[in-house]
Design a protein around this ligand. Structure first.
Ligand code: FES
Ligand code: FES
Length: 222
């Protein structure tokens, strides 16, 4: 895997006179952006050529997003932008101004409980070096939200844009199918709870009034 090129940090800070690969950007080109990252609003002052991946890793210290190929081929850098899987190595930070970005760091619940996908990956040993794993998790999280009962072939198609050099994919696919079953079960349970709450709710005044009106009408003169 080729080493990452050195890029100047936001606003050109971090560039040194020894940095000959990229000239420092003029300060006037930088601009302020606001992004909701994993539910928290974050602000930054960025140069136009800064990539979303570098914003997340270098400025927000969210290094769970990995950079492999840096040209859109491997999927390791996948995050969700407004819910859609997105190669963060192909998007400029300024392009997500005002958007919601979700990374692998936000996949677990606020109470620390792992997402069903993370649990399934752990149980199934669905990773080896783990470099591809954050991108695959984010790709699958988005996919399973739209495809609750996928077949094995459909999972493999969904993963076709994410390269893994270690696992052979077998356990990744098995973990995805396990997680899909858990998510289906959780949704069914949530729906059953909602239905029970509705059934146990006291009759509304509107409904009672409607019943009264019906009784009155039926007992009225023929
Ligand atoms: S780093 Fe490979 S697709 Fe972005
Ligand atoms: S686990 Fe190593 S690249 Fe996928």
């Amino acid at each position: 895997m080729k080493p990452r090129s050195k890029r100047p940090a936001i606003g050109g800070a971090g560039s040194t006179s020894a940095d000959t690969t990229l000239p420092a950007a003029p300060a006037r080109a930088a601009r302020d952006i606001a992004v909701v990252v994993n539910g928290v609003e974050r602000r930054a002052h960025v140069i136009p050529r800064m990539l979303l991946a570098d914003l997340l890793r270098d400025e927000f210290a969210l290094a769970g997003t990995h950079l492999g190929c840096e040209h859109g081929a491997c999927g390791a850098c996948t995050v969700l932008v407004d819910g859609e899987p997105t190669r963060s190595c192909l998007v400029f930070a300024v392009q997500v101004d005002g958007s919601r970005v979700d990374t692998v760091e936000g996949l677990a619940g606020e109470d620390g409980r792992l997402h069903p996908l993370q649990e399934a990956f752990r149980t199934r040993h669905a990773l080896q070096c783990g470099f591809c794993t954050p991108g695959i998790l984010m790709t699958l999280a988005s996919y399973l939200a739209h495809a609750p009962a996928p077949s094995e072939r459909e999972v493999r198609e969904a993963l076709s844009g994410n390269l893994c050099r270690c696992t052979g994919y077998q356990n990744i696919v098995a973990a995805a199918l396990d997680a899909a079953a858990v998510l289906r079960s959780e949704r069914a349970s949530t729906a059953a709870d909602a239905a029970a709450t509705t059934a146990n709710a006291p009759e509304t005044p509107t409904k009672a009034m409607r019943g009264g009106a019906t009784a009155s009408a039926s007992s009225g003169p023929a």
